[in-house]
Every structure is written in structure tokens, then in C-alpha cells.
Design a protein around this ligand. Structure first.
Ligand code: WTA
Length: 649
């Protein structure tokens, strides 16, 4: 079997020093399946509880009663777990290493410093009238203030909603309204790859949109000193307000099921949805997976290269590592600036032991050849991790050989915004690795494959990936729309959480994620709904109809391919293509930039008017021979026309 060709056994020296070896994995996994209550009651002790929970698991996936509660009678504070409890033992240890976009900029922040600044900020939030249950939108660069803002919200029981800094003013407005945020925290500008992004200007624009008057204040970090407009009475400089505050702010006792954050993500239909994560189960799961999956040991330097605007940044830059008292590196820039050697140079500069990154970053470096890593040694590295999309075996091997010097196991971690933490993954001291496979389930996770009718499939096979029982890190709802939560995740297959991913299981029980089976794209590890991009396009006056599909892209994994039908009398031109590209970038953000636009006089539709995306995906992928049955189309000649005029890639 081709799967079997390259198996990387667990190295003995690694297993000997790892938190979990094969024997321990088997025993712990079995216990987590046989006695979830007992297992998670024991694990919950890793957190500091104000009142320890006695009611451990109370969860139902039943379609008519989706209700997920963990540790529900426990009280705790997430920020106290990430800060206060470390002060005695490691107050002077570095909590955050910040590496700026400019290689000359970096700083170390100790746990005590992080504690004090977070407490000051928490007091500042209170002064602005933010309290328990209020929501705060963060639209920030990758600077320590972003972590402080998340923790300060957690400290006073406010709910943060982080919006990725690459989103547009409209996307910010939509999320401010959706979360009913009375405060936005931002910076004058962010800096990435030497370029400045006008965050404050975007917030100003967002807050002119109808419905955003819920937002009363904008707290602005001075990052670059670039010129910005100022709205007296609404805008406040971060440092000016925070400097005057006391460095002590009592941590609010929170119920384990009180919300910690909202994070918006794309689905197959409608506008992005705000997933609701709660306090106790989320933190426990983030911390536990961080320790075991990355085999984190005291004193190590750990770097997750994601952005805090995504769930990976939430769980594995901020909450998991800080709950474990780790040293976590936060990088403001991009791996290709000022040169393609930057990633390795950062590893050497800060003696990084564990590096967690995305396949798209690996492929982008790989495209420059092995010499791209010549400016660094990377001999501090002990473990590598991958997340966000399937990693193709070639990229896996290159990651292993060139970046990791053949010394480091790779943990390919499968999970989602909805799952809160890593679900299917190797444990580096326990699991033999197969390049391209996320391998097996983490403790307490019960994955399964089903066919389209929801029948459970056994053995080596392929199907839709579902999870059969709840785990503590799971999102509890969609903010303000529990019905949509049920519809999206629990209606396809009764009693199961549907992930939206397709997956193969091999004869060793290893899972191989094959990608989304719904209309969600994964572009450079960023999730995007085709419906969102389509609705943006049809809002343009020249567009009568649009269909968006993904196509295989060497670096990004998937690219965005758009078929556009123009309105009557509108002339197709390259200028119009450029205009539509700008339109989508402005509407959603640069991450939604179309790769290819093809003019489509008509779209393939069934007689009932449904667009047949399967066919459009095939044409985009240049697999025009295997289109399958087109006889159900209202007008089959549309397909020939599209093939004939297929855009050059
Ligand atoms: C995909 C990111 C294959 C998958 C943490 C999932 C992966 C979606 C992997 C979630 C992986 C994530 N192998 N596919 N290791 N990790 N995915 O919500 O399609 O931004 O459903 O969370 O990314 O993306 P999200």
C-alpha cells in the first residue's frame, strides 16, 4: 500500500522523555472512552477552580435538544489561570516573546509584566463601562496588546470577538453588529511584510455603517504613529488610559459555561457565524492538547505562527500555552519578509523548540528550493506541527527534511474553529507518523465515518467525518442563533456532530482528511464560504449571476475560481475583471481575492434551477473529461461553452 511506504516510527529517545508514550496513550484513550466523566473530572484538576466542578458532563447531540455543558457548576477565571497562578513559580519567566515585522524589533514580556498590564487594561475596560457579559471586538495587529486584550476581557467576564486584521470595514461592521459590541480595540496601523495596513481607518469606516451605533468607544494602540483621524469623545489612546490604572484587578468568578469568546467563521450558507466558546471546558481542552500534542516541557520556547484572528491563535498562541505557563512566541510579520529565510532566522534568534505552522507556508518556502533555509541552522527545534488544511506528503517530507533537519517529528493536527482544540493528531511520543495523515484521535474524541445517509462505516473506507460524542472544547452554540447551530452541525446525521470534512480511514485506523465536502473553501488555510463571495459579486451592478468554486493551487492549497454572468448589455473586459477583484477585496478583505475570473454566458443548472457546482469544480480543475452525467442539466450546451472558454491558469 502506498500509505505504508513512508512510516516514521516513534523515536525511542523521543518517547523516553515524552509526556505520553504508546502504552500511556492506549490506556488513557481507553479510559476516556469507557469513563468520560471520571477521565475529565481528573483532567479538570489541571485548572485552578474557584469552585471545583462536581457536575462533569451534561451533553446531548439529539437534534431536538442540542445542549452541551461541561463542568457546569464549577467557577473559575480564565485569565487567573493564564496569569495569577504562575506568578509565584515563574513570575520572571518570559510569557510572550514578541518578534516584530522588522527583524530588529523584538521584546520579552514576563508573566509578571503580562499580569500587571492585563490587570491595568481590565481596569480601563471597567472605566469605559464594560462589564461581565458585554462583548468587545478586537481588530488588532499581532502585538502583545492583542493577548492582553483577550485576557483583560476574560478577567472581567467580558466576551471578546477577535476579527482578523485582513478583513474589510464591512466585515468589521457586520461583526460589531452581530456581537452587539460596545467597544472596539484596535491600533493605528498594523505592519506586515513592510506594508502598513490602516486598521483605525477601517474601524472608522466600519463605524459609519448603519447599526454600529452600539459601539461607544474605540481604544487605539499606537503601533506605528501613522496619521489617523480622531473622533473626540469616542476614540481613546490605549496607553494614555491604561497607564493610569492600578495593576490589580480582581478576577471575576465565572461559571464554567459562561461565554469566553465569539469567533466568526465561514460556513456553506449565509453570512459568517459567530461560534460561542465557553470558559471551563475550552480552557481545559486548549491547555491539555497544548501540553500533550506539542509535548510541551517547562522552559521550552514554543512558536505558533498563526494570527490571533483565527482559532489557532486563540487556542495555541494565547490560551493553551499561557494556561500551561509556557513561553509563547508571537510574530507580527510574514515568513517571507525581509527574505524567505526569515522563519528559520526567527527559530535561531529565539532558540525555538516547537514550531507550529501551516502547509501553505511550508509550500511557499519549498517553492524556493532547499537553499531557502541556508541562513539558519534550526538546531534548537525538537518538534514541528501543521494545521489548517491537508498537508500533501511532498510538503510534509520537505518540512521534515529541510526545516526540521530530519530530527523532529511532525504533528499534523486536524481540528476546527468549532472544536476549540486539536481533535485528530499524532502524539509525538506515541504515534508512528505517515506523511499526509492526521493519524488518530486525541483523548476523549470519538471520530467516525458515515455515508451520505448517516450509516456508520467500518474498517478501511472513506466517508463523511463525524464525531459521536461531546468533548470539553466544543463550541456550544452560534451567538444569538442556536437553531442555526443545530441546523449546521447536528441536522445532517442524527445524534452526531458533522464536521463538513470528507475523510478516509486506512487499515491501521489512521485518518486522512480529504477536504471539505460542503461549499466551504480553504484558501491558504483560511476558511471562506463560496456563498459569501457570490453574494458580494452579485451586489456589483455589472453582475447578473456568479458561482464560486475552489480549484487545486500549488501554494494556497485551494484557489478561488469565479464564473461570472454579466448583466444585459455589459461588456466583458480585463478592466472589469480587475474591478470585480477589487470589489471583493474591499467587500470581504484581501484574503478573498479571486484567483481566476471566467466569463460565463450561462451556468450549468438543473431543471429546478440549482447550479451544479460539481461540474464547475471539474472545469476549474481542468478535469473536463470526467464530468459525469450532465443529462439532468436544463441546457447541457452551457458546459461545452464553459470548457471551450476555460480561463487560462
Ligand atoms: C481544515 C483551523 C486537513 C478542515 C484549525 C477543517 C485540516 C477546517 C487540518 C477548519 C488538517 C484543519 N488536515 N484539514 N490538519 N486542519 N483542516 O475552522 O477542512 O479555520 O474543517 O480551523 O480546516 O478550519 P478552521
Amino acid at each position: 500500500m502506498s500509505d505504508q511506504q513512508n512510516v516514521y516510527p516513534v523515536r525511542d529517545d523521543f518517547a523516553a522523555n515524552a509526556w505520553v508514550d504508546k502504552t500511556k496513550y492506549t490506556a488513557m484513550y481507553q479510559q476516556s472512552m469507557d469513563d468520560p466523566e471520571g477521565f475529565w473530572a481528573e483532567q479538570a484538576k489541571r485548572l485552578d477552580w474557584i469552585k471545583p466542578p462536581s457536575n462533569i458532563k451534561n451533553t446531548s447531540f439529539a437534534r431536538d435538544n442540542v445542549d452541551i455543558r461541561w463542568f457546569e457548576d464549577g467557577l473559575l477565571n480564565v485569565s487567573a489561570n493564564c496569569l495569577d497562578r504562575h506568578l509565584d513559580k515563574r513570575g520572571d519567566q518570559t510569557a510572550i516573546i514578541w518578534e516584530g515585522d522588522d527583524p530588529k524589533d523584538s521584546k520579552h514580556i514576563t508573566y509578571r509584566e503580562l499580569y500587571t498590564r492585563t490587570n491595568q487594561l481590565a481596569n480601563a475596560l471597567k472605566e469605559l463601562g464594560v462589564g461581565k457579559g458585554d462583548t468587545v471586538t478586537l481588530y488588532m495587529p499581532m502585538i502583545p496588546e492583542a493577548a492582553m486584550a483577550m485576557l483583560a476581557c476574560a478577567r472581567i467576564g467580558a466576551v471578546h470577538s477577535v476579527v482578523f486584521g485582513g478583513f474589510s470595514p464591512d466585515a468589521v461592521a457586520q461583526r460589531v453588529i452581530g456581537a452587539d459590541s460596545k467597544l472596539v480595540i484596535t491600533a493605528d496601523e498594523s505592519v506586515r511584510g513592510g506594508k502598513h495596513v490602516p486598521l483605525k481607518e477601517n474601524v472608522d469606516a466600519a463605524l459609519t455603517r448603519e447599526g454600529t451605533d452600539v459601539c461607544k468607544n474605540v481604544l487605539v494602540v499606537k503601533r506605528t504613529g501613522g496619521e489617523i483621524d480622531w473622533n473626540d469623545g469616542r476614540d481613546i489612546w490605549f496607553d494614555e488610559l491604561v497607564d493610569q490604572q492600578s495593576g490589580e484587578c480582581e478576577a471575576e468568578p465565572m461559571g464554567a459555561e459562561d461565554p469566553l469568546f465569539i469567533l466568526y467563521t465561514s460556513g456553506s450558507t449565509g453570512a459568517p457565524k459567530g461560534l460561542k466558546h465557553t470558559s471551563g471546558g475550552y480552557l481545559l481542552y486548549a491547555a491539555m492538547t497544548h501540553q500533550y500534542v506539542f509535548d510541551y516541557h517547562e522552559g521550552e520556547v514554543y512558536w505558533c505562527s498563526a494570527d490571533v484572528g483565527w482559532v489557532t491563535g486563540h487556542s495555541y498562541i494565547v490560551y493553551g500555552p499561557l494556561a500551561n505557563g509556557a513561553t509563547t512566541l508571537m510574530f507580527e510579520g510574514v515568513p517571507s519578509y525581509p527574505t524567505h529565510g526569515r522563519l528559520g532566522e526567527i527559530v535561531d534568534k529565539h532558540k525555538v523548540n516547537i514550531l507550529y505552522t501551516a502547509p501553505t507556508a511550508v509550500r511557499a518556502l519549498m517553492a524556493h528550493g532547499d537553499n531557502v533555509m541556508d541562513s539558519s541552522k534550526r538546531d534548537s527545534l525538537r518538534l514541528l506541527g501543521s494545521v489548517g488544511e491537508p498537508i500533501n506528503p511532498e510538503a510534509w517530507e520537505w518540512f521534515y527534511r529541510v526545516i526540521g533537519n530530519e530530527q523532529c517529528p511532525i504533528v499534523d493536527t486536524w481540528w476546527q474553529t468549532e472544536t476549540g482544540g486539536i481533535m485528530i493528531t499524532p502524539l509525538p511520543g506515541a504515534t508512528p507518523l505517515k506523511p499526509g495523515s492526521a493519524t488518530t484521535a486525541f483523548f476523549g474524541v470519538k471520530p467516525a465515518l458515515v455515508d451520505n445517509e448517516g450509516h456508520l462505516l467500518e474498517g478501511a473506507t472513506e466517508g463523511n467525518l463525524v464525531i459521536l460524542d461531546s468533548w470539553p472544547g466544543q463550541a456550544r452554540s452560534i451567538w444569538g442563533d442556536h437553531e442555526r447551530f443545530i441546523q449546521t452541525y447536528f441536522s445532517a446525521y442524527e445524534g452526531m456532530y458533522f464536521t463538513g470534512d470528507g475523510c478516509r480511514r486506512d487499515e491501521d485506523g489512521y485518518y486522512w482528511i480529504t477536504g471539505r465536502v460542503d461549499d466551504v473553501l480553504n484558501v491558504s488555510g483560511h476558511r471562506m464560504g463560496t456563498a459569501e463571495i457570490e453574494s458580494s459579486l452579485v451586489a456589483h451592478s455589472a453582475v447578473a449571476e456568479a458561482a464560486v468554486v475552489g480549484f487545486p493551487h500549488d501554494i494556497k492549497g485551494q484557489g478561488i475560481y469565479i464564473y461570472v454572468t454579466l448583466g444585459d448589455g455589459i461588456e466583458a473586459s480585463d478592466e472589469l475583471k480587475k474591478e470585480l477583484t477589487q470589489w471583493v477585496r474591499k467587500d470581504i478583505g484581501p484574503i478573498a481575492s479571486p484567483d481566476i475570473i471566467q466569463w460565463a454566458p450561462g451556468l450549468p443548472k438543473t431543471r429546478s434551477g440549482k447550479i451544479m457546482r460539481r461540474i464547475l469544480r471539474k472545469i476549474a480543475a481542468n478535469e473536463c473529461d470526467g464530468l459525469g452525467d450532465t443529462s439532468t442539466l436544463a441546457d447541457p450546451s452551457v458546459v461545452d461553452e464553459l470548457i471551450e472558454h476555460r480561463a487560462n491558469q
